[in-house]
Design a protein around this ligand. Structure first.
Ligand code: ADP
Length: 312
């Protein structure tokens, strides 16, 4: 089974507005509310492509119950650790022909006692898992090395970890003795880790960047490049995955969908080429749907066949 970790899930509220008016009332006719947080996007895509998944993290209050009900409705298995504080909401206003204004709650602060108890809960889930994904930023109250602690727990049970995070939490994971199997930094995160600007259009330079000793021990590094696909390192091999030109409807969540594809490909023991093709396909299919973290499985084979992999 694949276990997805979303420590700070959220009810994602989307308000489409023709024009956003400031300092007055904006009325919205169509509201969409989904179970969000990056890890839940990953969960939905894996589930839609018929793989067994369980979602975990911290959940709380009436909003947490609502979120669990949504997952139940979608048939997505979950086993969250309950806390007293309410799960957060995130609001995205889509307005003025393509602009997006977001209001993101920080979410609950996790008490030290709950942080400790979650690790035991996590341990029991690891016993049933072959691979886990950890996505997004951490809730307040947790130390910067909390993901690193989780990766060490997974390492003890030989469970593979795919980590999609940034900043101090990513840095901590790279410095620890037990590394994640895969990381998925974007250009900005890569630049932050290397303390220099990174040019995502120059693949020769990117190859050099990914050889930096800070990545030693991490088998897979996937730098997703939007419409340009992805540049990938697997052990001592480098690839560019190229994708066809497609009509993008909503690119939000494509990085999460890419992680879902990577998780399924690696979990299924596929070849490098097929792992990357799966990930590019899930990323593309997400951009072709209005809903975030959503793919149409019927289109999978058609787009999978259009991805090309070139060694570097
Ligand atoms: P992130 O959300 O992590 O920044 P990207 O924007 O790089 O991720 O997108 C992840 C993947 O989704 C890409 O590698 C690609 O497969 C697909 N994708 C994203 N944007 C586009 C686009 N404009 N056209 C085609 N595919 C896209």
């Amino acid at each position: 089974m694949i276990l997805t970790v979303t420590l700070n899930p959220s009810i994602d509220v989307s308000y489409p507005l023709e024009h956003l008016k400031i300092d007055t009332v904006n009325r919205v006719k169509t509201v969409r509310k989904t179970a969000g947080g990056k890890g839940l996007n990953v969960s939905r895509v894996i589930h839609m492509l018929n793989h067994e998944i369980t979602a975990t993290g911290f959940i709380g209050g009436y909003f947490g119950k609502w979120l669990e009900n949504q997952l139940d409705r979608d048939g997505i298995d979950h086993d969250f650790f309950p806390i007293d504080a309410e799960t957060r909401s995130s609001i995205a206003m889509l307005h003025d022909g393509g602009e997006q204004t977001e209001i993101l709650e920080a979410g609950p602060t996790i008490a030290a006692e709950d942080a400790e108890k979650f690790l035991s809960h996590f341990d029991s889930l690891l016993d049933k898992s072959d691979l886990i994904t950890i996505s997004g930023s951490m809730p307040q109250g947790l130390p910067a090395d909390y993901y690193t602690q989780m990766i060490a727990h997974a390492g003890q049970k030989n469970v593979k970890v795919l980590l999609d995070t940034s900043g101090a939490t990513l840095k901590s994971a790279l410095e620890a003795p037990v590394k994640p199997l895969l990381i998925k930094p974007n250009e900005e995160e890569l630049g932050g880790l290397l303390n220099r600007d990174v040019d995502k259009t120059d693949y020769t330079a990117l190859k050099h960047d990914l050889m930096d000793p800070i990545f030693d021990g991490v088998d897979w590094i996937v730098v997703s490049l939007g419409a340009a696909g992805a540049f990938v390192k697997h052990l001592d091999k480098f690839y560019h995955a190229a994708i066809p030109k497609i009509k993008v409807i909503n690119p939000v969540g494509s990085g999460d969908s890419t992680l879902a594809g990577l998780a399924m490909g690696i979990h299924d023991g596929k070849s490098d080429e097929d792992i990357m093709k799966t990930a590019m396909t899930t990323g593309m299919l997400n951009t072709m749907e209005a809903e975030t973290g959503f793919v149409n499985p019927a289109k999978f084979d058609e787009y999978f066949a259009k991805v090309t992999i070139e060694s570097y």
